[in-house]
Design a protein around this ligand. Sequence first.
Ligand SMILES: Cc1ncc(COP(=O)(O)O)c(C=O)c1O
Length: 388
Amino acid sequence: MMGKLDITALPSPTVRPSQRLDSVPLSGIRKLFDLVTPETVNLGIGEPDFQPPAEALEGLSQACKKGHNKYGPTNGIPPLRKAVAEYSQRYNADLEEGNVIITPSGTSALMTIMQAFVDPGDEILMPNPGFVVYKPHIMLAGGVPVEYSLTPGDFEPQIESIMESIGPRTKAIVVNSPSNPTGGVISAETRRALGDIAKDKGLMIISDEVYDRFIYEGEHHSFLDQLEDCIVVNAFSKSMAATGWRMGYAISNTGAIDEMGKMQYHMTACPNTPMQFGLLNAMPTIERFLQEMVPVFDKRRKLIAKRIDAIPGFEMQMPKGSFYAFPSYDAEISSGDLAMMLVKDGLVCTPGSAFGSAGEGHLRFSYANSEENIEKGMDILERVAAKL
Ligand SMILES: Cc1ncc(COP(=O)(O)O)c(C=O)c1O
């Protein structure tokens, strides 16, 4: 008889990760979050402090009661796909239901794209600094992440850096505007240049537009009008303040959507059925919801920018979109150590290094939080900065 096994001992010699998974580091910010207490001001997390629209909550509840609790179509329920196509026609009037796949989150849309379109050894260009999942998702598909730089200050993709990085194995370019973590928004000129590169070099663009409605200056330049070369990722997480619902979508040509559907079937069979009915019920009122939420964020953006500007050694261009401030600081301390100092004083933010090597020397603050918390957080930042 064997003795009682210790199931808390890690790592197990038998239940061990694939080399693929082993090659991907765990998020570097977990240590920080371990130090959070209920009193900590949390400007670390990227989610709206609003609740989803009442119509979404009511639609979800009704869907469950009416029996919409079963498997649904792999690419999402047709009326929601159609509603998303119509909602997105602001960028391309030809969009139809067949151009849309509903996914269980923006993250899963990105993962499905990488699994569906990247072969081992394919090089995928991605921004540095950039959203934390791009690199691991590329690597988990066997691809090779190749980072491109952003322009200083306004954080636009640097076209020369992209051109220099393109080689015979390049398959795709990941673009993210408005950006997490920088708050940068691409100009019409950059949008055009990227579209031309895709055409000239035969590359695919994976455009992450989850913050497309969070624009405070200028306008959003979508890739939805070039769907022969592009897949656009979006999510209800931010636009419906429903991060916990895990619902997103991707839009592309119908061929690409079919391929994604094939992969999505094997990953999850279908997106969550009652959630889709909930969102469907809120689609007719989404504009009203956004008109309430986005101006509140704009006010907070101005507040946090004013507070950061007044701190000696901190510098930032006004973010134009998303809901993050990404200031640089002038001190001999890593962003990880500085974030750790801040959390000990009661403020959580995200070290810039979590978003890539070019994020070092920056901190990311989410301003999707109350003005009161932003003021408290900035008081702490001011105090800690004075000690540097
Ligand atoms: C740029 C960007 N893309 C995608 C996502 C993923 O969104 P979701 O919560 O729907 O997975 C996020 C979430 O923070 C994000 O910031």
